[in-house]
Design a protein around this ligand. Sequence first.
Ligand code: BG6
Length: 442
Amino acid sequence: MNNKPTILIIFGISGDLARRYLLPAIGAIANAGMMPEQFHIIGLTRQPDIKIENLLKKTSNAEYLRNHMSLKQIDVTNIDDYKKLGEHLKKISEKFDVPCQYIFYLSVPPQVSKSIIEFLGISGLSVIGETKLLLEKPFGVNLENATSLAKHTDKYFLPKQVYRVDHYMAKETAQNIIVFRAGNSLFKKTWNKDFIEKIEIIASEEIGIEGRANFYEQVGALRDYVQSHLLQLLALTLMKLPDDDKLDEVPLLRLEALKHIVLFDMDRNAKRGQYEGYTSEVNNPNSRVETFVSITLESNDERWRGVPITLTTGKALKNKFTEIRILYKKDKDRESNELLLRLQPEEGIQFNMWAKQPGYERKVNQHKLSFKFREHYDILPEAYEQVLFNAMNSDHSLFTTSDEILEAWRILDALQKVWEKSEEGLIIYKKGSTIDEVLSNE
Ligand code: BG6
């Protein structure tokens, strides 16, 4: 851990992400004694009447945050406000040792991010010492738009300054995929098309869009989940392993894996749905935005050719869970094995196998070998703790590069075009359905 004096500047401090995730994460890192000794948060908001106390309701270490935080009002479209921010930064950093690092966290909608990036560049704040930029998804809305966004960011920041957050990559089980694959020779040696029949990655959510009508109407499940979280999990599942735990190679290896992915026969392999009541929730009776997606892809990498890969996600479903299911090939029915890498809830790993039932007769049943992190460890950091910790320590391995993001858009590009043109095939499902129930409504 580096102990570099750090100033974290959060744009959008009064928003949901900052209140629910970022501030509690900082409180938790401080609790663990892992914050730099010299640390300060500047919370930026356009609202004049926000109080620190109101932002700390969800954090367990409010005392620490109260002592290490100031708020500033900002109009993000006014260059003079960036100059004032620069003066404020100077004042705080004068009390700190040098060199000090400045981390700009853009916890704002993408359109706002675009102009903040430009103003940080024009005002010179992008180059005041060691400066980092943390960006939240969605990174664009399609391949074309994401390409121009990446170019825009490159104009003002160097790639090594930019950290694109996909908090799923920072979940414990996601980080564990590589460790598990590399550290267990049984699985390492069978991690390919010769042994694996099929791969499914599922993120089922119980919640709906939680009042985020504006955001969701522009995004939908394909962009919100598949383009980011699910394709990144897939990349971690399929990528070649780095040599000797060289984690800095991971982003390039994930990119290589994504380059091999193809979506073909869209009519058969891509389904979308919308939960009942969505249109009135977003106040748009004609909305065809999908809240459920299930697509089947393939990799043309020799190691994976012919293995179907299904990515499924949906809102307002029966349960919340995210898991990667690896189904092994079998010669007979009773030989099928399944490996589940579970991201949530009950993070862990489960292996389904067969065993003889005790007794005189020869009956065989399926049983689970199961490992749950919580049964062995008291502390399981939340994803945003890891995100902030890694950014402070200049570790890029859990962040997505712009090349990976563009590659993910490339995979979905043709499908997006077809879905934009036609409204056919939208499955309307009841809230609380299971994935099978949604698909059976087709
Ligand atoms: C976000 C999506 O990235 O992840 C949300 O925009 C989704 O739509 C959320 O609800 C889920 O995150 P988690 O960590 O609760 O599974």
